[in-house]
Design a binder for this molecule. Structure first.
Ligand SMILES: Cc1ncc(COP(=O)(O)O)c(C=O)c1O
Length: 392
């Protein structure tokens, strides 16, 4: 304890990042590592988007923008949401943020009061827990299960509702499971939200990566939902733009008005150059994006039978670029599985425990390497597991 840490505000608690740091430290000291851990696409940002950023620099777009973003981008986002998902937002109902991450924090600052319970699709992207806790709320995981392909079950949500429950965070497709909540379940969640007077935060950051026959339904398109939903999305995953830091939230204009000053306080505006790049992402050719998504589809189609052949089970992922794989048959708890796999074979994966999973049965495979490398990784995983099974 130092003088300063001694005086930390009670909202700051130590989070356990030790495992991730340890894995990354081991990987840094090795050659031949195949990293299937992070959720960062292996593709570079398409060239026309990079060119738009260079043009923005040349055109002296070096200054602050308004806190909610440049008008052309807000307009393009509103149109894109209508065109792709049938959502009904006007340009002044969009707040451009530094990644969906900032939109998440802004939403919690706006909507989560001390003592509120916030229900979150789980296993989960645990930044939600941190954002809720920083606002004095209680993150309440809503579990999903392999036997349902990790789809949400309304009954699991409903049994966790108390008078303190304020919000439900719907993440579909979900990270780390890739689970797509099917339209009929989204409808049931909407009815439940209305029945219990809940706010819904709908994180749709993976909504463009959906594999047939799965379908995405934006909950704010349903009757009575626009007024109680905040829709979150961003450019990181779809456009391979993780480092540019552009995302957004869309919500009714009166809420956007109230969130504008807090948003200004967080970072004034999303990087101006990145906003121009994001505009090009929406208004430019979509073929490079379609090509990336079909490559993900190909990797997924190769990987699932390969996992079957190696004797693993998993929840069938309807979207995103993750397969949440059950490694309990190896006899190793998932953190040990990941550590030993990395040390002995150079394949880096993350255990489900990093995603709030209370079991030690699962690992997340991000298929974010070219197919030949995924195939090489799979060979290493299969022989490592066969060896572990023979030891058990
Ligand atoms: C479910 C989910 N929401 C939000 C984010 C944050 O994305 P961004 O890069 O737009 O901040 C991620 C990143 O992994 C995510 O998985």
């Amino acid at each position: 304890m130092s003088l300063l840490t001694d005086r930390l505000a009670p909202r700051i608690v130590e989070e356990d990042g030790a495992f991730r740091t340890r894995m990354l430290g081991i990987a840094a000291g090795m050659n031949d590592v195949i990293a299937l851990g992070r959720g960062d696409p292996d593709f570079h940002t398409p060239a026309h988007i990079v060119e738009a950023a260079k043009a923005a620099l040349d055109a002296n777009h070096h200054h602050y923008t308004g806190p909610t973003g440049i008008p052309q981008l807000r307009e393009a986002i509103a149109e894109d949401l209508t065109h792709r998902y049938g959502l009904d937002y006007a340009a002044d109902e969009v707040v451009v943020t530094a990644g969906a991450q900032e939109a998440m924090m802004l939403t919690m600052l706006g909507m989560c009061a001390p003592g509120d319970d916030v229900l979150i699709t789980s296993p989960r992207f645990t930044s939600y827990d941190t954002a809720v806790r920083l606002c004095g709320g209680n993150p309440i995981p809503v579990p999903t299960f392999e036997h349902d392909d990790f789809a949400l079950d309304v009954a699991e949500i409903e049994k966790r509702i108390t008078p303190r429950t304020r919000m439900f965070v719907l993440v579909s497709p979900n990270n780390p499971t890739g689970a797509v909540t099917p339209p009929e379940k989204i409808r049931a969640i909407a009815e439940m939200a209305i029945r219990h007077d809940l706010i819904v935060l709908s994180d749709e950051i993976y909504a463009q990566m959906i594999y047939a026959p799965n379908e995405h339904l934006s909950i704010a398109t349903l009757p009575g939902m626009r007024e109680r939903t905040i829709t979150l999305n961003g450019f990181s995953k779809t456009y391979s733009m993780t480092g540019w830091r552009v995302g957004y939230l869309a919500a009714p204009a009166d809420l956007v008005h109230m969130l504008t000053e807090p948003r200004h306080t967080l970072s004034i505006n999303a990087c101006t150059i990145s906003q121009h790049a994001a505009l090009a992402a929406l208004t430019g050719p979509q073929e490079p994006i379609e090509a990336m998504i079909s490559e993900y589809a190909e990797r997924r189609a190769w990987l699932m039978p390969a996992l079957d052949d190696a004797g693993f089970t998993y929840g069938h992922p309807g979207g995103a670029f993750y397969i949440y794989t059950n490694v309990s048959s190896s006899g190793l708890p998932s953190p040990d599985f990941c550590l030993r796999l990395l040390e002995e074979t150079g394949v880096m994966l993350f255990p489900g425990t990093m995603f709030g999973d209370e079991t030690t049965d699962y690992i997340r495979i991000s298929y974010l390497q070219p197919l030949p490398l995924i195939q090489e990784a799979m060979e290493r995983i299969a022989s490592f597991t066969a060896h572990a099974r023979s030891e058990a």
